[in-house]
Design a protein around this ligand. Structure first.
Ligand code: NZQ
Ligand code: ZN
Length: 380
């Protein structure tokens, strides 16, 4: 077991109608709110109205920044931060999925400095404060609601990078599974795939503790089992709740107990695919993970086989990879690039992997591995 540190200050409200507690949390946190949301789903499913009602009950003043894109961009963060500064905002509320929450986290930081949000991603800036952040989650996937990370894209330079700082843990997070019932089949499946991928990134990280590995295994089994049931029954509250809980647990720190860090090589590959081809995050991972496991199969033979035995009752690393791929196909997420992108340039992908220095924290991906990965991700 490796040394590890536990810190998670987010207060989480989970379940039906927990939004009713939002007004008292606003009351104690801020009076001038910037409400950030995406491209309109929250207005169709009633969630926006519920949040506005709570803001009104708290007697707070609200400004809005909407239009956050899936695979969010730093220019939106900068514009939201300008709006926050101009209006002396003292609290940010994120209403949406991971893209909105990540944008809100970076807005909370950028509103306290005089430079672009992208600076946080490309150089070590001193971070002294952030505005407090409350999240109302509408999509189960990233775990952003209870962690200190944000992932943002810069289209001008073709990079999608992640940033982490304890100051961007949400202060409060509201998770009502009924708010995720309107998520369509495809994004529900991408979310489930993301949860599995987060558990795998932890499993392949540095350090090992049997109890934590069992938590990882249970998160994967739950996501596979309940995930498939949910995809056949999208309106089922209990199944939405099961996946929402799995998503939060997969990246709130608990899978890292006994490890010093996760690997995250597959996410690094996925971010390049998203940046190049606009692939939804979960879809990029179901292409990248089977290829990553095949690349490292010899080195990780035993570890993959042990996992496969527990998750699928499979008998070898090869069978385990086959089972993961089979699961992704069953839930209709892409396992090869051509499943999603009609035309691509293999050489360009290799260049971008290299330019972005794609690598794992623990399992090295060399320059020569990039070509192998691209062949695996595009193999027929
Ligand atoms: O923009 P709107 O109209 O809201 O539509 C969104 C979007 O089109 C829609 N949606 C969200 N909630 C809905 C809904 N549609 C109907 N009903 C609802 N209740 O779903 C689409 C996808 O939303 P998005 O927020 O992009 O998805 P997700 O939650 O998967 O977030 C993905 C982003 O998070 C990053 C990814 O890289 C990606 O940029 N990640 C963040 C992490 C973190 N902060 O810890 C870790 C992850 O590994 C990941 O990298
Ligand atoms: Zn992810």
């Amino acid at each position: 077991m490796d040394n590890f540190k536990v810190y998670n200050p987010t207060s989480l409200f989970f379940g039906r109608n927990v939004i009713e507690k939002l007004n008292s949390c606003i009351d104690e946190t801020g009076k001038r709110i910037l409400l950030i949301y995406g491209q309109g789903s929250v207005k169709k499913n009633g969630v926006y109205d519920a949040v506005r009602k709570q803001i009104e009950m708290a007697g707070a003043t609200v400004f809005e920044y909407s239009g956050i894109k899936s695979n969010p961009v730093y220019t939106d963060v900068d514009a939201a931060a300008d709006m926050a500064k101009k209006n002396n905002v003292d609290l940010i509320i994120a209403l949406g999925g991971g893209s909105v929450i990540d944008s809100a986290k970076m807005t909370a930081l950028t509103a306290c400095v005089n430079h672009s949000s992208w600076e946080f991603f490309i150089r070590k800036t001193t971070v002294e404060k952030a505005l407090p952040l409350i999240c109302v989650l509408t999509l189960a996937a990233t775990g952003s609601e209870m962690n200190p990370y944000a992932v943002i894209q810069n289209d001008a330079v073709g990079q999608k990078l992640s940033y982490g700082h304890p100051l961007i843990f949400p202060k409060y997070a509201f998770l009502d599974p009924s708010y995720t019932i309107s998520v369509p089949y495809n994004y529900t499946a991408y979310g489930i795939a993301d949860v599995v991928a987060h558990a795998l990134e932890a499993y392949f990280g540095k350090g090992q503790a049997d109890l934590t590995d069992n938590i990882v295994v249970e998160i994967i089994k739950e996501s596979i089992h309940k995930g498939q049931m949910l995809l056949n029954d999208l309106n089922n509250y209990e199944l939405r709740a099961d996946i929402m809980l799995a998503a939060t647990m997969a990246l709130n720190g608990i899978t890292m107990y006994g490890r010093s860090f996760g690997d995250w090589g597959t996410h690094s590959i996925g971010h390049v695919l998203s940046s190049l081809y606009g692939l939804p995050h979960g879809a990029s991972l179901t292409i990248a993970f089977p290829a990553w496991m095949k690349l490292h199969k010899n080195k990780l033979d035993k570890q993959i086989a042990v996992l496969g035995k527990k998750v699928f009752n499979s008998n070898s690393a090869e069978d385990t990879i086959y089972e993961f791929e089979g699961f992704f196909k069953k839930i209709k997420t892409p396992t090869r690039l051509y499943d999603f992108v009609p035309q691509f340039d293999k050489d360009n992908i290799i260049i971008e992997l290299s330019k972005n220095k794609v690598n794992g924290n623990y399992h090295n991906i060399s320059e020569s591995d990039y070509k192998v990965l691209v062949e695996l991700m595009t193999a027929h």
